[in-house]
Structure formats: structure tokens, C-alpha cells
Write a protein that binds this ligand. Structure first.
Ligand code: HEM
Ligand code: HEM
Ligand SMILES: Nc1nc2c(c(=O)[nH]1)N[C@H]1C(S)=C(S)[C@@H](COP(=O)(O)O)O[C@H]1N2
Ligand SMILES: [Mo]
Length: 332
């Protein structure tokens, strides 16, 4: 393979790593493992390409510095951070209690690396030629893909041996080492701070079909629905807890269908189909929720990643909009 082919392959590989990584977040569970395998293989393909890419870099370093070298430098740094943190997370270095987990650092570095790859390729354009799709070139590409798949398979095999079964989910998340409620990190998707909500003045507004009703925390105390469900944060950890509160369907007209937009006091919101077994939780593990974990009430969405589990809920709107009218991932 020539240096320019390595550049072209990297142009596909780094953005594809970011896209597949984000797909894992959106899928949330179940059949996520093929995407996880693809993601790991595509990420590790960057390592496989190092010998060829280093020819390009060495050639460039022999020449005078060109505008755009800062982008090249930052791209190299963020790619290395994404690779090291990806492998470290896989090896079990979770850092669940730290201000940022290994995987959060990984995602941040990965997103920036994908953007910088496009910028760098714009600054150092490489045009595809007909010879790039020759039989030999495709054979080499196949070898790179096989080597990457083999690396990912080995990494998976090694972590399956090193990790007791059941600790890792198909999303790649690890179970928190303690199952006590106190050990659950207080997490925000991006920037949401814990709001200061009074328990007695708090009201939940539920609207459907032009009518709306307010519920106080005391009103909701009429029910004690319980649900054991796994909170799986995209920070790379999960925990199974017993959540208590009221099933969302109880607050809606009988036989309601469609989707609900669930809104937090902070403005954070998610839209979910009523076919999900939504619980509006006021308690966890037999105790009232703490402010950090969403008091007075937070959503529990079995089978979906943590970013759907809206905390500090103040509004639920039922309508017939499809669930996908909102961004696939929150922007707040
Ligand atoms: C992980 C991805 C990548 C990393 C870490 C990376 C890193 C680098 C570095 C450090 C240099 C030398 C410094 C410089 O010229 O500014 C360089 C040069 C270069 N890169 Fe990349 N690069 C990546 C992906 C790409 C892609 C996707 C393309 C284009 C499709 C590309 C095309 C080039 C070209 C044409 C040169 C200059 C070669 C020369 O001047 O002879 N690179 N890259
Ligand atoms: C939007 C950005 C990204 C997201 C959301 C993301 C997400 C993830 C997740 C969830 C894992 C754990 C998978 C598992 O344990 O099964 C992971 C691992 C990994 N990621 Fe990413 N990632 C992103 C970007 C990147 C990029 C850009 C690269 C490469 C430059 C990369 C390379 C890796 C590697 C090498 C692993 C470890 C695979 C292994 O050990 O087998 N990721 N990533
Ligand atoms: N309002 C609001 N709710 C939110 C978030 C947020 O940032 N704002 N973060 C979500 C994310 S990413 C996760 S993993 C869970 C974390 O719940 P915990 O803090 O109880 O662990 O809350 C979710 N609910
Ligand atoms: Mo999360």
C-alpha cells in the first residue's frame, strides 16, 4: 500500500469510527454488538495503518512546515487519546467515580478527531485515482480489514476471559463495582446542573389532547409501582436497581397511544413511544430519590441508554408525533 492509499483509508475509517460509536449510543442494547465489533475493528484499523501513514508523515516532516500543521498535530494527539482510552475502557479502566470517565474522554477525543480528520484532509487533499480500485489495492484493503478484525476479535476474547460473565453489557458498559444506591454517579449528559426544586411546590403537568392536569408529589403517592431496570450510562457503566413510583400510562387517558415528550425543569427533554414501559420514579431501592438522581421524579426507560432517563421531570405531553422528530442524541 502507498502512503496516499493509507490517507484515503483513514478518511473513511476515522469518521466511520465516530458514526458507528454514536450508533451504539442510539441503539442502546440488544443487537448492538455487531456495531460494537465494527466500531472496535474500524478504530483499531487506525493502528494497522500506522506503518504506511508514518511514510507520509516522515516525508512531510522533511519538508518546510506548511500551514495546517497545527491541525495535523491536534489530529495526531486526539487520535492517540481516542485509541488509548478506547482500549483502556475495554480493559476495564472505567473511572466511574472520576469527574469524567475513560469512555467520556474517549468520545470527546473521538468526536474531535473525526472533525479534524475532515479538516486535515481538506488542507492536504488526496484525490482518488482509478488505480485505487485495482484488484491489488482491494486485496491490500482486505488484508488491512482482516488484520483489524483479528485485533478486535483478540481484544474481545481477552476481555471475555478477564471479565466475569454478566459484568459487561453488549453496549460495552461495565457494572458498577458496588450495587449500593450511594455508589451511582450523579451524571449529566452534557451541561445540566442539578436544579434546586422544592418537593412541596413541585408540580407535574400532564397534557394530552388539549386538556392538562397538574399532579403534586403527594398525588403521585397514591401509587407504588415497582420496576427492576438497568440504568446504562454512555459514560460506560451500568447498575440494576429497583425503581418505584407511578407508571406513566396511569397519568394518561385509558388506552392512550402515540408518544410522550418528557421535559425536565432544566429544559432537557426526550420523546419516547408509549410502547416502552415508562415509569415515573420517585424512589430508588426503597428510598426517596436524591436531588442528584432526579428528585422529585425522574423517568425510568427499561432497555434504553441513560440519556433517555430524564431527571427532574416537570412536564409530560402526549401527542401523535413520531418519536424521531427530535435529535437522536440530546444537545443539552
Ligand atoms: C488519524 C488520521 C490522520 C493523522 C493522525 C494524520 C497525521 C498527519 C501528520 C502528523 C502529517 C505531517 C504534518 C503535516 O503535513 O501537516 C500528515 C500529513 C499529511 N496527511 Fe495526514 N493524518 C491523518 C489522516 C489523513 C487523511 C484522512 C488524509 C487525506 C485524505 C491525509 C493526508 C495527508 C497528506 C496529503 C499529508 C502531507 C504529505 C506531504 O506533505 O508530503 N491525512 N498527516
Ligand atoms: C463519536 C465518537 C465515538 C464513540 C461514541 C465511541 C464509543 C466507543 C465505545 C462505547 C467503546 C467500547 C466498546 C466496547 O467495549 O465494546 C469504544 C471502544 C473503542 N473505540 Fe470508540 N467511540 C468513538 C470514536 C472513536 C474513534 C474516532 C476511534 C478511533 C480513532 C475509536 C476507537 C475505539 C477503539 C480502538 C476502541 C476499543 C476497541 C477494543 O478494545 O477492541 N473510537 N468506543
Ligand atoms: N434533565 C436531565 N436528565 C438527565 C440527564 C441530564 O443531563 N439532564 N442526564 C441523563 C444521563 S446521560 C444519565 S446516564 C442519567 C444519569 O442518572 P443518575 O444521575 O441518576 O446516575 O440521567 C439522565 N437524565
Ligand atoms: Mo449518561
Amino acid at each position: 500500500m502507498k502512503g496516499r492509499t493509507a490517507n484515503l483509508v483513514l478518511l473513511v475509517v476515522v469518521p466511520l469510527a465516530a458514526v458507528s460509536g454514536l450508533c451504539m449510543f442510539v441503539l442502546g442494547g440488544g443487537l448492538v454488538w455487531p456495531i460494537a465489533f465494527l466500531h472496535g475493528a474500524v478504530g483499531l484499523a487506525v493502528v494497522v495503518l500506522v506503518p504506511w501513514k508514518s511514510i507520509v508523515v516522515r516525508r512531510a516532516l522533511r519538508r518546510a512546515r506548511r500551514p495546517g500543521w497545527v491541525v495535523s498535530l491536534l489530529l495526531t494527539a486526539t487520535t492517540v487519546v481516542a485509541l488509548v482510552t478506547g482500549v483502556a475502557h475495554r480493559a476495564g479502566a472505567l473511572l466511574a467515580a472520576a469527574p469524567v470517565t475513560t469512555l467520556q474522554l474517549h468520545v470527546a477525543a473521538g468526536v474531535v478527531a473525526a472533525i479534524l480528520t475532515l479538516l486535515h484532509a481538506h488542507r492536504r487533499p488526496v484525490r482518488a485515482r482509478r488505480a485505487d480500485v485495482s484488484r491489488r489495492a482491494l486485496l491490500r484493503l482486505g488484508l488491512v480489514a482482516s488484520a483489524a478484525g483479528l485485533l478486535e476479535g483478540t481484544a474481545r476474547g481477552a476481555s471475555a476471559v478477564a471479565t466475569p460473565s454478566g459484568v459487561r453489557r453488549s453496549t460495552g458498559s461495565f457494572e458498577l463495582t458496588s450495587s449500593s444506591v450511594a455508589a451511582i454517579p450523579v451524571t449529566s449528559w452534557l451541561f445540566d446542573p442539578v436544579p434546586d426544586l422544592g418537593l412541596t411546590s413541585w408540580r407535574l403537568t400532564v397534557s394530552s389532547g388539549g386538556t392538562s392536569r397538574d399532579w403534586s408529589l403527594e398525588d403521585l403517592g397514591e401509587w407504588d409501582d415497582r420496576l427492576i431496570a438497568v440504568l446504562d450510562c454512555t459514560g460506560g457503566w451500568w447498575t440494576e436497581q429497583e425503581w418505584s413510583g407511578v407508571r406513566v400510562s396511569r397519568l394518561l387517558p385509558d388506552g392512550a397511544t402515540g408518544t410522550v415528550k418528557v421535559t425536565s425543569a432544566t429544559g432537557y427533554h426526550r420523546r419516547l413511544p408509549l410502547t416502552d414501559h415508562l415509569l415515573l420514579a420517585t424512589g430508588i431501592g426503597g428510598n426517596a430519590l436524591t436531588a442528584g438522581h432526579g428528585a422529585p421524579a425522574r423517568l425510568v426507560v427499561p432497555g434504553r441508554r441513560g440519556y433517555h432517563w430524564v431527571k427532574w421531570v416537570v412536564r409530560i405531553d402526549l401527542d401523535s408525533h413520531p418519536w424521531w422528530v427530535e435529535a437522536p442524541l440530546p444537545l443539552q
